[in-house]
Ligand binder design. Structure first.
Ligand code: AMP
Ligand code: MG
Length: 265
């Protein structure tokens, strides 16, 4: 197996409390260089990712689940399109989690999530996830403290179930600064191709920035496990974020080392 691409640098150590204030969202630590040099490193990474995905799909036994979480304008959509550049749409899947429907609310919070977990051979990306159920619901007091506290354990058990079934789980928190969010929300208003993404509710959410940071710190600290690790990615620079995400996915897929099946004839 090839040596790693250094994704441990972003990995959250299980059992320790995460302090986001000590993580610089503008960091470019470990990058091959500045913007241009780092972009130049991407084609080789895209090629390797596509190759590993092909092997995973052909092997058809295991799967990869990538959980994407971030504050509004944190870069989730951009990361999804980046990650899937050059991979075969057959065998990949994106699930975006919006506010739960009435039917979803009549079930436990993991019901809708389990249904879209990756099948054998697939790479699935969750654009938002079951973590919203301990983040937005906590910040807006849609559930009691006892409920969100109990959910960390449910999440760890659920993820452990998926891992036992052959899924590798990679959880990515795209870490941006409050200033960077401001810039991006402003840009959404100015740019007719981005304005559709802007919702007045984003400004209300922004008022809760500090509460969200605390909710993220707790959620990540309580669910950063060996079986389903969290990575905190400095994401003020999109070029750095894209490179880091590629490195993490490739490191995990190299670790899985999927194999083309033996011919049956
Ligand atoms: P977006 O990702 O910008 O399309 O927005 C989706 C919205 O759905 C966000 O405001 C989320 O906070 C919200 N959302 C997603 N999952 C949940 C959930 N489980 N409970 C409440 N709101 C949610
Ligand atoms: Mg949004």
């Amino acid at each position: 197996m090839k040596p790693g691409l250094g994704s441990d640098r972003w990995r959250v150590e299980p059992g320790r409390h995460l302090d986001l204030a000590t993580r610089d969202p503008g960091s470019t630590d470990g990058a091959p260089g500045g913007h241009a040099e780092t972009d130049a490193a991407l084609p080789a990474l895209h090629e390797e990712l596509a190759h590993l995905q092909d092997r995973l799909w052909a092997e058809a036994r295991r799967s990869l689940l990538v959980v994407l979480q971030a504050m509004d304008a944190g870069g989730k959509d951009g990361t999804v399109s980046h990650v899937f550049r050059g991979v075969n749409p057959q065998g990949t899947r994106v699930a975006a989690f919006k506010e739960p429907t009435n039917i979803e609310l009549e079930h436990d919070f993991l019901w809708r999530v389990h249904q879209v977990a990756p099948r054998a051979g697939e790479i699935a990306v969750f654009n938002r996830s079951h973590y919203e159920d301990v983040l937005v619901t906590r910040v807006h007091e849609l559930i009691t403290k006892a409920t969100w506290k109990a959910r960390y354990g449910h999440i760890n058990s659920f993820e452990s179930l998926l891992v036992d079934g052959g899924t590798t789980i990679v959880k990515l928190f795209l870490h941006i600064s409050k200033e960077e969010q401001h810039k991006r929300l402003d840009a959404r208003l100015d740019d007719p191709t981005k304005r559709w993404k802007f919702r007045p509710a984003d400004l209300v959410e922004r008022e809760h920035w500090d509460e969200y940071q605390v909710a993220y710190e707790d959620a990540i600290s309580k669910t950063a496990t060996d079986h389903a690790p969290w990575y905190v990615i400095p994401a003020n620079h999109k070029w750095y974020r894209n490179w880091a995400v590629s490195c993490i996915l490739i490191d995990n897929l190299r670790g899985m080392d999927p194999q083309y099946p033996e011919p049956t004839v």
